[in-house]
Design a protein. Structure first.
Ligand code: 5RP
Length: 219
């Protein structure tokens, strides 16, 4: 039998699949909740073009018969109608943390290109305040110096990203997420961090025991 968390993830994913319409270009997130979305989307049999945020998602989506378009190079789609993805933390102030699966760089690029970026989570992902770990993708070139500059960062025991990046986590105090996001983005050697601001997120669909709760921009 599915656990409560799995059931909530599935409910959120299924609700998000109802937002798609034939003719749309849709961004497919990474992780278990996103997989519920991708499966529910496939069951609707719509005519879609899709962009995958990871090789794992691309493989799942191709198996389910989706038309996957490349999001690389100057001829990649400029805008997506909809993108749906999971999250590791969703704070009451609207900040979100992604990248538990190490795909946050591609996930952020897809989210930023979407007219409507929808986050799907089980209720255990809701937090009062964002806390460490905050996923990081770092350049291998100069890695030692980047880690020293960051101070409170730990490398992950994980293979390189599809873009050649090194996965790590910020493990220090988060404090004000907006300030930390600026600091991390301004650190040479940091390719991308997993803090997503509320401006990126159109809505959050939270799976609950008895249905799906919709949180608008800003929580
Ligand atoms: C991958 C992610 C995932 O969306 C996040 O880790 C949530 O995963 P799950 O839905 O399996 O709990 O950001 O980089």
């Amino acid at each position: 039998m599915a656990t409560d968390v799995e059931r909530e993830k599935r409910l959120a994913g299924e609700a998000a699949a109802e937002l798609a319409e034939s003719g749309m270009t849709v961004g497919l997130g990474t992780g278990s909740t996103s997989t519920y979305f991708v499966e529910a989307l496939a069951a609707r049999g719509l005519d879609l073009r899709c962009v995958a945020t990871s090789l794992a998602t691309e493989q799942t989506a191709r198996t389910l018969g989706f038309d996957i378009v490349r999001f690389e190079g100057p001829d990649s789609p400029l805008r997506l109608d909809l993108a749906v993805d999971g999250a590791d933390q969703v704070a009451v102030n609207g900040w979100i943390v992604k990248g538990g699966g190490g795909a946050h760089t591609r996930e952020k690029l897809v989210a930023a290109a979407a007219d409507r970026f929808v986050v799907v989570v089980s209720s255990d992902k809701l937090v009062e305040r964002i806390a460490a770990p905050i996923p990081l993708e770092l350049l291998s070139f100069g890695l030692g110096a980047t880690l020293a500059r960051l101070g409170s960062a730990e490398l992950r025991d994980a293979p390189p990203t599809p873009d050649g990046g090194v996965l790590a986590d910020w493990v220090g105090d988060v404090g004000e997420p907006a300030k930390l996001a600026l600091e991390l983005a301004a650190t040479p050697g940091v390719v991308e961090h997993g803090l997503f601001s509320q401006e990126l997120v159109a809505e959050v669909l939270v799976g609950r025991e008895d249905g799906v709760e919709r949180l608008g921009r800003g929580g």
